[in-house]
Design a protein around this ligand. Structure first.
Ligand SMILES: Cc1cc2nc3c(=O)[nH]c(=O)nc-3n(C[C@H](O)[C@H](O)[C@H](O)COP(=O)(O)OP(=O)(O)OC[C@H]3O[C@@H](n4cnc5c(N)ncnc54)[C@H](O)[C@@H]3O)c2cc1C
Length: 312
């Protein structure tokens, strides 16, 4: 049986960075890419906030650079999705594509998180041309323009406040008659002059010739007061949460109530010794490429230290 020192699951900024560090530490890592080699950034055109690219860089180019950097030091990057893990065994057993078994002394999970969308066909149509699930990433492209944020929780309020410092006007589209966010957040949003909160509103669709020009909303749906109206916007930001990609780990790891992997203290260690996690899958708060990459570095260093401590 072949046992690798380090097996990495996921090929986003966290996974590739872990692979760079693990290869350079002679851990000969195997990395499985899953169904989205390069991760979430392969779905975006321009990344302007990843350090080291003063002119910005396209998402796919950035991810290809990271991949090539990992390959340069000998990372064994394989296609395939991890479909099952057994962390009760030592070495750990990892099943790929429902069939192939791999064994490893350490595993780094870097499977990311997927933004939730409303499920409107128009979201796909205007993706990257007005529709976004990340205000920190894309807000800057809407300087001086009108945008809408969908959601009523803390992150929706945060996104609305962030955008209100960049955009001319922000509509906050809230399904319910009140915000779910904390009182402090609610006050900040309601006080902000260029934020208009549209309570009891749902989005019916988006429109625009090539790029987004507006959204069709319904207020008080299904009641006598039902009213359909349009708002003119250039950007439509979803802020209704993310789903961490942890389904495959089932009960083998400690997860929080939303399914994010819980890390021990200020490390990348999970509830299972020898299993580490990095990037959005263990980070409901920051969810940025550079923070994911930083976590990938930490996970590889933690895996290396674990191997040394355990004479593996
Ligand atoms: C449209 C868009 C634009 C963005 N723009 C920016 C930006 O400008 N700047 C910025 O900093 N951030 C941006 N982000 C956020 C950024 O992309 C994420 O924070 C970052 O990609 C997270 O990296 P990650 O490595 O944790 O996971 P991801 O990039 O999500 O990668 C996850 C990887 O895990 C793999 N995987 C999942 N499940 C399995 C499995 N079972 N087996 C094997 N592999 C698996 C996937 O195939 C993928 O390769 C943007 C996100 C989106 C969606």
């Amino acid at each position: 049986m072949e046992i690798s020192k380090c097996l990495i699951i996921g090929a986003g900024p966290a996974g590739y960075t872990a692979a760079i560090y693990a290869s350079r530490a002679n851990l000969f890592p195997i990395l499985f890419e899953g169904i989205q080699p390069g991760g979430q950034l392969t779905t975006t055109s321009e990344v302007e906030n990843f350090p080291g690219y003063p002119e910005g860089v396209s998402g796919p180019t950035l991810m290809d650079d990271l991949r090539r950097q990992a390959l340069r030091f000998g990372a064994d990057i394989k296609s395939g999705s991890v479909t099952e893990v057994d962390f009760s065994k030592r070495p750990f057993e990892v099943t790929v594509n429902g069939a192939d078994k791999y064994y490893a002394h350490t595993v780094i999970i870097a499977t990311g998180a997927s933004a939730r969308y409303l499920g409107l066909p128009d979201e796909q149509k205007y993706m990257g041309m007005g529709v976004s699930a990340c205000a920190t990433c894309d807000g800057f492209f809407y300087r001086g323009k009108n945008v809408a944020v969908v959601g009523g929780g803390d992150s929706a309020c945060e996104e609305a406040l962030y955008l209100s410092n960049i955009a001319k006007k922000v509509f906050l589209i809230v399904r319910k008659p009140a915000l779910r966010a904390s009182k402090v957040m609610q006050q900040r949003v309601l006080k902000k002059e260029n934020i208009t909160v549209l309570f009891n509103c749902n989005t019916l669709g988006l429109f625009g010739d090539e790029v987004l020009e507006g959204a069709k909303l319904v207020e008080n749906k299904g009641t006598e007061m039902e009213q359909i109206f349009d708002i003119a916007i250039d950007g439509f930001f979803l802020a209704i949460g993310h789903t961490p990609n942890t389904q495959v780990f089932g009960t083998s790891l400690e997860l929080d109530s939303e399914g994010y992997i819980i890390l021990k203290g200020n490390t990348s260690a999970t509830s299972v010794d020898g299993v580490f996690a990095a990037g959005d899958v263990a980070d409901p708060r920051y969810q940025q490429a550079i923070s994911a990459a930083g976590m990938g570095c930490r996970a590889a260093l933690d895996a290396e230290a674990y191997l040394v401590e355990n004479d593996l």
